[in-house]
Design a protein. Sequence first.
Length: 191
Amino acid sequence: METQQVQNEKCITFDATITEQDLMNFKVYHNYHSVGGVAGFLFGIVALIICAFSIVNKYNISYILMMGFFGLFFTVYTPIDMKRKVKKQMKQVEAFQEPIHYVVTPEKISLTQKDVTEDLFWEDLYQIKCTGKSLVLYMTSVRANILPLRCVGSETEAFLDIASEKLKPFQLKLNQKKAIQTGEQYGKGNI
């Protein structure tokens, strides 16, 4: 990780490798920060409460089993299934096998993996969110790049400074102080 001045422009470089934990963190964040994810989880909790209430009051066994099944499905099975899919995706998607080299300037973000380079211009970004462990760069509502804060490290503040200059405030959906603090802790090796 390094910050350089290139032709009077700030330039940040770092390498990012996506781990199974990074991908799981993103999927959990993405799922439970959506209406469907929250509604499903709340439905599961309500179903488990109804199941427990039905057991205490000795209701019909089929009703108890049905509520128990729905409750466990929406609260326990969903994260287990997410974990299973993450493991499968980590093995199948070649992009997760090699590190990605990032060069961030006020003009664009260049991503290089092996011999392939792609430029992502700031105006093409839909929004940036922070999961607490990663910065998520959304190009659309369903297409995103994950930047683990452990990889960005102490360059998080410089990255967010450039992002703040290039993006509108509503496109930065994160607590900048917290993201910077977490990035600095990773940079110092405290996490």
